[in-house]
Design a protein around this ligand. Structure first.
Ligand SMILES: Cc1ncc(COP(=O)(O)O)c(C=O)c1O
Ligand SMILES: [Zn+2]
Length: 403
């Protein structure tokens, strides 16, 4: 059952920065220190993660934004773009490639109340374009010249594409075992793909080292979808779009993939925005899906823990959600609990079958995206009625290996 809204059940930020460039745009979640956006900081000097400062969103889009055909349709709801200096608007206009505003279509006649959102219809064939467009536009406006990114492949490809469009150089760190299609895509945009042996966490450590060294040079920006909170300003547009497409309401149930949680957190922030604006009166049920072989958040959620302890990745074909030590794990737990959500695991043995079943409906998705459907099919087979359900087609099947 969906949680019902009440005062005090949402996470609130503490600083108001509406429209003022000189105010702090980022706030440290550990010590509360403020940072201006053009500092290119990717974390606080105390080591804490940065959050965007409090902001009153304008939603639904007003004025000329109503005609904008990209995620920047919601720029008035995104710090730092709303009410900012000209350079910021110029930056997103230069960088945007019409990402987002993806189709919402029925999955098949068999599942009459399940809809898919075709996220691979974005320019680099995954939902990561939503966050990358926002992040790279901000980097450009803040004066960055060189970007560093680390990812399981899709966020790296997205940042590489937007960096190319912005005229910025880019190094993308990926695990050595990443799908060759994703590596080729990153290189096609002119970025340098740095293949790191070992785990996804080893890749993150290598990128962090490079970003820390680069920060001393002044024009290097760590375009991390995990460290940089602006990424979530992009992913939250997924839920804004649903609200518009469903004529001012949200689905009963949202299935979302969960690795680091960029879509889960984005969805949470959007739901929080809609609630604070009085545009919804109950939360959708959020079902976050992890891979059976790498499910640290699911473990913590079910143990009632506040922190996510790292697990050993015992192997999964869903490479995009194989995050053994999610850095924003506590935030993801808190968001899911406040929404009255759930974390489930997708059966590893069901991934290929789910991918084929979705393809039989006309949608060719990558194996990571199939995990969300494997969980959905399993629960539907148990006869669970979850009302109007939306699942994202997060990444194109062209991105993963052939079979
Ligand atoms: C296709 C696909 N789906 C889902 C995810 C999960 O996103 P997150 O790690 O932000 O939770 C990713 C991440 O790379 C992905 O590439
Ligand atoms: Zn701090």
């Amino acid at each position: 059952m969906s949680a019902v809204l009440n005062d005090g059940c949402l996470i609130h930020h503490s600083v108001c920065i509406l429209g003022l460039m000189n105010h702090d745009m980022y706030v440290c979640s550990a010590c509360g220190a403020g940072y201006p956006l053009d500092s290119l900081a990717f974390r606080c000097s105390c080591g804490g993660l940065l959050e965007t400062a409090d902001f009153k969103p304008v939603f639904p889009p007003a004025g000329s934004y109503k005609n904008e055909r990209s995620v920047f349709r919601y720029a008035q709801a995104m710090p730092p773009f709303a009410g900012m200096e000209r350079a910021w608007a110029d930056a997103w206009k230069r960088v945007s490639m019409g990402e987002g505003l993806t189709p919402l279509v029925p999955l098949s006649s068999e599942y009459s109340r399940a809809f898919v959102k075709v996220e691979y219809a974005s320019p680099t064939l995954s939902f990561k374009d939503r966050g990358a467009a926002v992040l790279v536009a901000a980097a450009l406006a803040a004066g960055a010249r060189h970007l560093i990114q680390d990812s399981s492949g899709n966020a790296g490809a997205a940042v590489a594409a937007y960096a190319a469009r912005a005229g910025l150089t880019c190094d993308v760190y990926v695990p050595a075992g990443t799908s060759p299609h994703k590596v080729a895509q990153i290189e096609a945009y002119g970025a340098r793909a740095v293949l790191v042996p070992g785990t996804r966490e080893d890749t993150a450590a290598a990128a962090l080292e490079a970003a820390t060294a680069g920060a001393a040079q002044g024009s290097v920006f760590y375009a991390s979808h995990v460290y940089n909170p602006l990424f979530y300003q992009g992913t939250k547009t997924y839920v804004y779009e649903l609200w518009e497409a469903l004529d001012g309401s949200l689905p009963d149930t949202l299935y979302l993939p969960l690795g680091n949680g960029t879509l889960v957190l984005g969805a949470y922030y959007a739901i929080q925005d809609l609630a604070s604006l009085g545009l919804i009166d109950r939360y959708p049920k959020v079902i976050a899906v992890q891979a059976e072989g790498c499910a640290p958040v699911q473990l913590a959620f079910h143990n009632g823990a506040d922190r996510v302890e790292p697990v050993a990745n015992t192997g999964t074909a869903a490479e995009g959600i194989a995050i053994a030590a999610p850095m924003r794990g506590s935030q993801v737990l808190e968001a899911l609990r406040r929404l009255g959500g759930e974390v489930v695991t997708a059966p590893e043995a069901g991934l290929t079958n789910a991918r084929h079943r979705v393809a039989a409906c006309g949608f060719h998705i990558e194996t990571t995206s199939a995990a969300t459907f494997a969980a959905f099919f399993e629960r539907a087979a148990l006869g669970m009625d979850e009302g109007l359900v939306v699942l994202p087609l997060c990444g194109s099947g062209l991105k993963s290996s052939l079979r």
